[in-house]
Design a protein. Structure first.
Lengths: 283, 355
């Protein structure tokens, strides 16, 4: 197909895309603006579209001392909790998925396909469905209010296993055979050949799972009760619903903006690897 | 340095399919054995059994006097060159060659010497050693794959159609290099190919396989001059041998289905008078002769530069004559040809075996 590049064929798609960006970006901008005003302006409905003078004060207060009317936990500690959880979930998922995909693709053991289908079926069982038994197990293990309790129940990943399985199946058999002849055992083959080749796939999975872990709400809500263990998503929620006091919207918005940053940084930093991992099949 | 002995080696897949149906031969120390046959004849399976990549379901394989059936590939002291090279894409050329040695805990200084030596033999310069395989051309990758085998100093080289991914010109060049290299290193080698020309030129010992069986084993010239069956005769030689059916008319004379008679060498073939045979004549030995016994209507003449192919018919069968550069192009629509008696091959019409 030969495309004639007229003014409209260039301008129209761009115009549509820009409108889309504006629609998506507007609420984010409002959050940024709201985080820089004082409560009075927001409550009175005088909030404009330009940032106000209270930015530095709001951010330093929320980061280091916390909102007074709801949770008193400073946001930097919530962010640390969220970060530990998101990294733990992402790294854990990658580790478990790599090992299980390796077993399924390269080992011949009884009921191999049955095991594979079992893993596949768990795709239909997200945290919400198995929440009660999972809570019971975590509670019995004494993992309530701990990082292990936040991370471990979430790290089994059918998606990751499938992704790595598909990738491993495209690795030519000759590489395995060459490794055998080069005196590399199964673990060496995994470490020296499969892992380096899977780097881009790992990056793609890391991005997806980091955001998944960062955005978790239900699970941390259930198993963390101490303020010092709460994650930022829960923190925002607590700030919005306060009893016997006005919601400190400027602080809630500042927290929301801060909560946005780490996922954005991860996506931007890993974007090239991420796209490569999903698209490319370099062998 | 080792001799490789296969004794009644069989491969039956779990589904019941028999890929290799009992093959025995011995490759002498330092010899180059070429397994040749059409695709699906079991030659690669056989090689992979020697390498230890396929289990052996019957018979024995011995390398250097040691039965290796139950040994892992790494314990068999072999090195293998794969058809698609199987270089590790994420490692530099140097690391590709060094990997096997590192896994065997060879000191790093010795690895460096060995890799440098191999690189020198294969004419890979230092700059290439630092590159990744994908930055190399097909011929260079081929050299790296060879290098990976050489640095190990194994007792046996195994080649699995190593040249089939190269273009025609490079293939001829690499063929010569592999032969020189193998001669220089005096390492026993088994080489699998489906290209009969490659097989002829490389082999000290040629093993022709068909449908999981060994049809013939011997020196390439012997196989060419005295093929053991119609299959071998048709597979080895290019253009392929001409076949016509015939009957032994009297001792030393065979009568062709088209009516003509040809004399054959009675020292070569023993067949009773009246026996039905398949007569084989190599295109390059049949020659145009105005007084010859065969009359052949010409269908097409192909000029090759270094000679020409005359595609003609003998009765109902196609019959090709290959002419050398000095010979005159036939002008008429039909030629007469003769075949020296020693070049008439006779095979049993029923079993296809040489009589």
């Amino acid at each position: 197909m030969v495309e004639r590049r007229t003014f409209f064929s260039v301008a129209l798609p761009h115009a549509i895309l820009m409108i889309g960006v504006l629609i998506v970006f507007f609420p984010v901008w409002l959050a940024v603006v709201a985080s820089t005003w004082d409560p009075a302006t927001i409550i009175n409905g005088q909030l404009g579209l330009l940032p106000g003078p209270y930015g530095a004060e709001n951010y330093s207060r929320i980061l280091f001392s916390g909102a007074s009317s709801s949770t008193r936990e400073p946001v930097w500690s919530m962010m640390t909790n969220s970060f530990v959880m998101a990294v733990g979930v992402a790294v854990g998922k990658i580790f478990i998925s790599l090992l299980s995909a390796f077993a399924i693709v390269y080992y011949r053991f009884p009921f191999r396909m049955a095991v594979f289908w079992f893993i596949f079926i768990t795709l239909m069982l997200p945290v919400e469905v198995r929440i009660f038994p999972t809570y019971k197990i975590v509670a019995d293990l004494g993992f309530l209010d701990t990082y292990q309790g936040l991370i471990i129940p979430l790290i089994a990943s059918a998606t990751g296993t499938l992704l790595f399985r598909q990738f491993f199946m495209t690795v030519p058999d000759e590489l395995l055979e060459a490794s055998k002849i080069d005196a590399a055992g199964p673990f060496r083959f995994f470490k020296d050949t499969l892992l380096p080749l899977s780097l881009t796939t790992m990056a793609a999975l890391f991005v997806i799972q980091f955001i998944y872990g960062w955005n978790q709400y239900l699970w941390p809500l259930l198993i963390t009760t101490r303020d010092s263990m709460q994650t930022i998503v829960i923190g925002i929620r607590k700030m919005i619903t306060t009893q016997d006091a006005l919601t400190e919207w400027q602080l809630a918005m500042a927290t929301a903006v801060l909560a946005l940053l780490p996922p954005v940084i991860v996506v931007v930093a890993m974007q090239r690897l991420f796209v490569k991992g999903l698209v490319e099949t370099e062998k | 340095m080792a001799e490789v002995i296969l004794n009644d080696v069989k491969k039956t897949y779990p589904g019941g399919f028999q890929a290799v149906k009992g093959v025995s031969f011995a490759v002498p120390d330092g010899g180059m054995c070429v397994l040749v046959g059409p695709s699906g004849c079991g030659k690669s399976t056989l090689l992979r059994m020697v390498a230890g990549l396929e289990t052996i379901t019957g018979g024995d394989v011995a390398i250097g006097g040691r039965r290796v059936n139950d040994l892992e590939p790494m314990e068999r002291d072999i090195a293998m060159v794969f058809q698609n090279y199987a270089l590790y894409p994420h490692m530099s050329v140097y690391d590709n060659m060094a990997y096997g040695l590192r896994n065997r805990k060879t000191p790093e200084a010795e690895i460096a010497t060995r890799v440098k030596d191999a690189a020198r033999i294969l004419e890979l310069n230092d700059e290439m050693l630092a590159r990744k395989p994908r930055q190399l051309s097909g011929g260079q990758r081929q050299r790296v794959a060879m290098g990976r085998a050489i640095v190990r100093k194994p007792s046996v080289f195994l080649f699995d159609e190593p040249l089939s991914n190269l273009d025609a010109k490079l293939r001829v060049q690499m063929r010569v290099e592999i032969r020189k290299l193998q001669r220089a290193l005096k390492t026993t080698a088994i080489y699998v190919t489906h290209d009969q020309l490659e097989a002829m030129t490389l082999a000290d010992m040629l093993v022709v396989m068909n449908a999981g069986r060994m049809e013939q084993a011997g020196a390439p010239l012997d196989v060419y001059q005295r093929p053991a069956s119609v299959f071998v005769a048709s597979f080895i030689g290019s253009p392929p041998m001409n076949f016509v059916s015939g009957v032994i008319e009297s001792l030393g004379v065979v009568k062709l289905e088209s009516g003509e008679t040809l004399p054959y060498d009675v020292n070569e073939h023993i067949a009773p008078v009246g026996a039905k045979v398949t007569v084989g004549v190599r295109p390059e030995i049949a020659h145009v002769d105005d007084n010859g016994p065969l009359t052949l209507p010409v269908e097409l003449i192909e000029e090759l530069g270094m000679g020409r192919l005359i595609h003609a018919r003998l009765g109902a069968r196609p019959f090709t004559i290959a002419q050398g550069p000095g010979e005159a192009r036939p002008a008429s629509a039909s030629v007469r040809a003769s075949v020296p008696p020693h070049a008439v091959h006779l095979f049993d019409a029923g079993t296809g075996l040489r009589v």
